[in-house]
Design a binder for this molecule. Structure first.
Ligand code: SPV
Ligand code: MG
Length: 304
């Protein structure tokens, strides 16, 4: 990262620009600086700083075992690593309205494009664990949205309200009722989540929602629904919610078991990234270039 990258943070932190586009944006999950760089280098135009993935890379569960400041620390590394907009998972706000707005201010300060707040109680539990999780009282949740919107944060910072109504087994009507209240409270976009296999509930929600605000989805379970179909019904941000994490989990498990079963590292060599790939992605070449520019010949240990 050079000084230009630091300067670009402000212009790249515009969450509203992504959400108000006519096109859907695919956001790849990141849980570290490296995973964010892999996604950005591949061509993703946005990053999803997933709570599940950030907790998982710490060896923790997605139930607020990681503190809000630990999440900020990881997000800061992601923000340093890439220049594309980073949308951060704010879970249920780490407490009440005050914790939520404090978290939002910290995110805005480090250059996040926006934050997702979900209508569950603290401590939250991942959407795919168990059934019928308790939803937040909508009046209390609207207070949280208003508090975040009225905090002293950049106008470009997107506040995305997420309803877990469908995930918790409630009807499309309940999800719509909540989403309209959250829009009235000032949300910039609605994240409608579902764990259905077909995504039919999402498409039904979107039909009645009728483009009131941009929609955000994480089609983890309804992965067959194409982004184009979702774009047509008003989805503007498509979160590949945990795909870097799950890709690396599979790769790490396979390599660990292969090394032990073949009793050595010889057979895995061609299946793992060469160190050169790592040095490329982290731009070690730039370091040598910068050393020539900023260090004297004596400091570099070369003859004048
Ligand atoms: C996350 O990636 O942490 C999310 C999406 O919030 S989900 O895991 O589906 O809840
Ligand atoms: Mg999450």
């Amino acid at each position: 990262v050079d000084s230009n990258a630091f300067r670009q943070l402000c212009t790249h932190a515009d969450g509203h620009r992504v959400l108000s586009s006519q096109n859907i944006t695919l956001a790849m999950e990141a849980h570290s600086g490296l995973s964010a760089k892999v996604a950005a280098n591949a061509g993703f135009q946005a990053i999803w700083a997933s709570g599940l993935s950030i907790a998982s890379q710490m060896g923790l569960r997605d139930c607020n075992e990681a503190s809000w400041s630990q999440v900020i620390d990881v997000c800061r590394m992601i923000m340093l690593a890439v220049e594309v907009p980073v949308f951060v998972d704010g879970d249920s706000g780490f407490g009440n309205f005050n914790n939520a707005r404090f978290f939002a201010k910290a995110l805005d300060q480090i250059g996040a494009a926006g934050m997702v707040l979900e209508d569950k109680v603290f401590p939250k539990l991942n959407s795919f664990v168990g059934e019928r999780q308790t939803l937040a009282d909508p009046v209390e949740f609207c207070g949280k949205i208003r508090a975040v919107k009225e905090a002293n944060i950049a106008p470009t910072f997107a506040v995305i309200a997420r309803t877990e109504a469908l995930v918790s087994g409630h009807s499309v009507e309940e999800a719509l009722d909540r989403a309209h209240r959250y829009a009235d409270a000032g949300a910039d976009a609605i994240f409608i989540h579902s764990k259905s296999r077909s995504g039919a509930d999402i498409l039904s929600f979107a039909k009645y929602w009728n483009h009131r605000l941009p929609l955000v989805v994480a089609p983890t379970t309804y992965y067959d629904v194409p982004p184009k179909t979702l774009e047509e019904v008003g989805v503007r941000l498509y979160l590949c919610a945990n795909h870097n994490l799950r890709a690396s989990l599979r790769a790490m498990k396979e390599v660990c078991s292969e090394i032990l079963s073949s009793n050595g590292i010889s057979t895995v060599e061609r299946r793992i990234s060469p160190l050169g790939d790592l040095f490329d992605i982290l731009n070690y070449a730039e370091l040598a270039f910068a050393e020539k520019k900023y260090l004297s010949a004596q400091e570099r240990g070369v003859a004048e």
